[in-house]
Design a protein around this ligand. Structure first.
Ligand SMILES: Cc1cc2nc3c(=O)[nH]c(=O)nc-3n(C[C@H](O)[C@H](O)[C@H](O)COP(=O)(O)OP(=O)(O)OC[C@H]3O[C@@H](n4cnc5c(N)ncnc54)[C@H](O)[C@@H]3O)c2cc1C
Length: 407
């Protein structure tokens, strides 16, 4: 925990990670080889208190949120030796079924067509967090939790951070992985472009009356997309997008009425919905930071880009950012550059720019294409969906992108 109290000289670290959420914790774990090889000193600061009993038996919760992890991300977790633990609670996606309400067009993207066992995996967020934090606990890190970074100030050779636990750190490289909600980015004068989708995602776990066989469903309706991701056993993660304001009535429905409305909107393609867990609502916007690097600073994860969850790309994109940052730090060290040097961060930016741009455009394009109720667009959409089923290479491109193996 904290080693420097108020009034003491700041403690110098090579890298300070602000936020130990999915992205900050992944970065901490991915830095392990560099901590060992290069002797880097790393601090992770996380505001939310974490369960200290990481060894307690795991009780899968019917209410847990889950993330679709592309096959490319699975490869990264294999590389980080985290996959065996993550796999314990993962469910494979073997097929993606895409359809549109009121249209005949539908397409299926199958892992087998790509000679792969799965297009991706669905993992409860709580399990992801637990596995990442357990690994962080095994590493020689300066771990401040619960502690909030209250101020950040550029100084010669990096940034000075004041923490709510009284510690003061000076970091050569500060990584902002705070999800973009702490106000630190704004205080540094980094502007973000924000466009509200005027939509709210309603998330819940639902139980179905038949095995899903590893199928993930994406159904586009005039009010917004509905996604169902396979979980272990006969449960699925529902992401039901609503026009902003319309979610309130659905949040308030009794479970039976909610399930009946979901059945009416989704049809029987996944079977009969039998049970629903606690519902959560997330307002959706596209947020992109206008700068993702400065000397001594990198912005990662939701702090850099918050996307519509329609294509399940946010964390996958962020994890590639984590891996590229670690690669740039390693390459910089080979040239005797520090992690926060302009050259190291320019290398990182060069590795990231294309992927980030493509994924943001892809996710935003899907929302725009399927979110509007224009007759011309509707025909184009139906033709597009049928066309996707007919045109093998295009469908394969979409599947490869869903798998995170094509940028
Ligand atoms: C409805 C929905 C469904 C999604 N589904 C998927 C999916 O299926 N697949 C996918 O790839 N992506 C998905 N995403 C995106 C994914 O959830 C995000 O990309 C991911 O959570 C971003 O993680 P993060 O660590 O950047 O931010 P966060 O998860 O917000 O974590 C930030 C952390 O920083 C801490 N923090 C904040 N301020 C401070 C401070 N001042 N000091 C210290 N710590 C601080 C917070 O406590 C928090 O733990 C989805 C998103 C939504 C909204």
């Amino acid at each position: 925990m904290s080693e420097s109290a108020v009034g003491e000289a700041p403690r110098r670290v090579d890298i300070a990670i602000i936020g130990g959420g999915l992205v900050g914790a992944s970065l901490g774990c991915a830095l392990a080889p560099l901590i060992r090889r290069l002797g880097l000193t790393v601090a992770v600061i996380e505001a939310a208190p974490l369960s200290t009993d990481l060894e307690a038996p795991w009780q899968p919760s019917f209410d847990a949120r889950a993330s679709a992890i592309a096959q490319g991300s699975v490869h990264h977790f294999v590389e980080l030796a985290l996959w065996p633990a993550l796999a314990e609670q993962a469910a494979p996606i073997r097929c993606i079924h895409v359809s549109e309400q009121g249209r005949l067009g539908a397409t299926r993207l199958r892992a087998a067509e790509l000679d792969s066992e799965a297009l991706g995996q669905v993992i409860p967020n709580a399990w992801l967090g637990r596995v990442l934090h357990r690994r962080l606990g095994e590493l020689p890190l300066d771990w401040h939790c619960p502690a909030r970074v209250e101020t950040i100030q550029p100084v010669a050779g990096g940034h000075r951070l004041r923490l709510s636990d009284g510690a003061c750190l000076e970091a050569g490289l500060t990584v902002l992985a705070d999800g973009g909600r702490s106000g630190l980015k704004e205080r540094l004068g980094i502007e973000s472009r924000e466009r509200s989708y005027e939509q709210v995602a309603l998330i819940a776990t639902v139980a179905v009356d038949r095995p899903h066989g590893g199928t993930a469903f994406e159904r586009f309706t005039t009010a917004g997309p509905i996604a169902l991701l396979p979980l272990r056993e006969q449960a699925m993660e529902l992401v039901w997008t609503h026009q902003a304001g319309r979610e309130h009535a659905r949040m308030a429905l009794a479970d039976g009425d909610f399930l009946a409305q979901l059945q009416a909107a989704f049809g029987d393609r996944a079977g009969r919905f039998r049970r629903v867990g606690r519902r959560h609502a997330y307002p959706l916007s596209l947020v992109t930071a206008q700068e993702t690097t400065r000397p001594g600073l990198a912005v990662l994860g939701n702090a850099a880009h918050a996307l519509h969850p329609v294509a399940g790309q946010g964390f996958n994109l962020a994890l590639r950012g984590v891996m590229d940052l670690v690669a740039a730090i390693q390459a910089g060290a080979d040239r005797a550059e520090s992690p926060g040097s302009s050259a190291t961060l320019a290398d990182f930016e060069a590795r990231r720019a294309g992927d980030r741009h493509n994924v943001i455009r892809f996710s935003d394009g899907l929302v725009r294409l399927f979110g509007l109720d224009s007759p011309v667009l509707s025909h184009a959409r139906a033709a597009g969906l049928v066309g996707l089923n007919l045109v093998g290479p295009l469908r394969r491109t979409l599947a490869r992108r869903a798998m995170g193996v094509e940028r």
